[in-house]
Design a protein around this ligand. Structure first.
Ligand SMILES: Nc1ncnc2c1ncn2[C@@H]1O[C@H](COP(=O)(O)OP(=O)(O)O)[C@@H](O)[C@H]1O
Ligand SMILES: [Mg+2]
Length: 220
């Protein structure tokens, strides 16, 4: 195991019950890499991302984060280091934008409230949503919600961010605002694993593009 890979998958195989999702997935990711994964609907892209931060268990093979088998890392710790952004945002509908951001800092990072609010306001400026801080998710557009979801992940200071079809629920203008933010993450040298069908965008930003099928990842 070489130290320079931040994430390494070896012959990873996943079943749901008796149903094989994929087998023999191999992947090596270095710090700062932007890896994109495409593939047909239902081929297991979301499942693969969930395996990377232990939202799903694997059946065979090995996943290492900074050289350590992830089954040896607690899910709470791992999910701070490998953040995930879902297609449908997963925001808390009963909390304001600001509180959606503050809650993770209070509950997971155990930061004091004033420090949490300060960090959350800083990140809202970065994602250009400071004027929405007191709004609820259902008062935002899809693109704004997704930017809040990305901001929430960024606040955990992850080493890697997994993006699962971050723009597929959005129409054209909203897509552009989210892609612009993802491009900023790329420019900030964030390590990203992106599942996306935005072929033009991923061609521009990715170091490697793979297609997933049930016998592994194929480089394009
Ligand atoms: N929790 C689950 N339990 C059982 N089967 C699942 C579960 N999640 C997804 N699947 C099935 O696994 C396959 C891969 O799903 P998914 O990872 O969501 O694919 P993709 O993201 O590429 O569209 C699909 O056939 C899907 O129906
Ligand atoms: Mg999916």
């Amino acid at each position: 195991m070489k130290k320079d890979f931040i994430l390494e998958l070896k012959n990873v195989t996943k079943y749901y019950g008796d149903e094989l999702v994929f087998s023999d997935v191999n992947l090596q990711v270095k710090k700062g890499d932007v890896i994109s994964i495409t593939g047909k609907s239902g081929c297991g892209k979301s499942t693969l991302l969930k395996c990377l931060n232990r939202l799903e268990n694997i059946n065979e093979g090995e996943i290492k984060f900074k050289g350590i088998d992830i089954s040896k890392i607690s899910p709470i710790e791992l999910r701070q280091k490998i953040g995930i952004v879902f297609q449908d945002y997963n925001l808390f509908e009963h909390l304001t934008v600001l509180d959606n951001l503050v809650i993770g800092l209070l509950k997971i990072k155990k930061y004091p409230r004033n420090e949490s609010v300060r960090l959350a306001l800083d990140i809202l400026r970065k994602v250009d949503l400071i004027d929405k801080k007191d709004k609820y998710p259902d008062e935002l557009s899809g693109g704004q919600k997704q930017r809040v979801a990305i901001a929430r992940t960024l606040l955990m200071k992850p080493d890697i961010i997994l993006l699962d079809e971050p723009t597929s629920a959005l129409d054209k203008e909203m897509k552009d605002s989210v892609l612009k933010l993802i491009k900023e993450l790329v420019d900030d040298n964030m390590t990203l694993v992106i599942v996306s069908h935005e072929s033009e965008f991923i061609a521009k930003v990715s170091d490697n593009i793979y297609t997933l099928n049930n016998y592994g990842l194929e480089e394009r």
